[in-house]
Ligand binder design. Structure first.
Ligand code: CMX
Length: 136
């Protein structure tokens, strides 16, 4: 599937506002977008570093995937998202290679991207996201 770059790194945090302060005041990055993704039960904050984004994730519900992740592993890197061209084919390719996919087909994620997740049990422990910006 030959990803073009790392689109974003998702980082699970307990408190979005507190963690945003670290990225702004220590790293000197600018938070350019906040977005709530209701079906994923998360609130996000975005920073751009080169062509890669940092996506901070705070759970909005106790039973959301990010809340469960933090309860089990603590705060930290939650997923890595690769930019691909032709996400449907990329997902099909992963399935053909025996990878368990979480999403049967791409759906809409943050910032209007088409996204699909691969299960960490099939990807050596790293929750892996494929994404495509079809507006470009
Ligand atoms: N990275 C690595 N491993 C993870 C993980 C993650 N982010 N999240 C869960 N796991 C592991 C767990 O540790 C657990 O491992 P063991 O079986 O060895 O104990 C296993 O996966 C199952 O975890 P669980 O806590 O029982 O949770 P579920 O099975 O209910 O869900 C998963 C796991 C990955 C299917 C679910 O979290 C999911 O669908 N994730 C994709 C969607 C998502 O994370 N959305 C939030 C991001 C928002 C966005 O950017 O759009």
């Amino acid at each position: 599937m030959q990803p073009t770059h790392i689109e974003h790194i998702g980082i699970a945090v307990k408190n979005l506002q507190e963690s945003v302060r670290f990225y702004e005041e220590v790293l000197g990055l600018e938070c350019y977008n906040f977005e709530e993704i209701a079906d994923q039960k998360v609130r996000t904050a975005f920073f751009m570093v080169g062509q890669t984004k940092i996506e901070l994730l705070e759970s909005t519900e106790n039973d959301g995937p990010v809340a469960k992740f933090i309860a089990k592993k603590g705060e930290g890197i939650h997923h890595i998202a690769y930019a691909v061209k032709g996400i449907e084919k990329a997902l099909e390719h992963a399935r053909e290679k025996g990878v368990e996919t979480i999403d049967a087909r791409p759906r809409k994620g943050a910032e209007g991207l088409d996204i699909a997740f691969l299960h960490p049990k099939s990807t050596f422990g790293v929750l892996t996201e494929l994404c495509e910006d079809k507006s470009k």
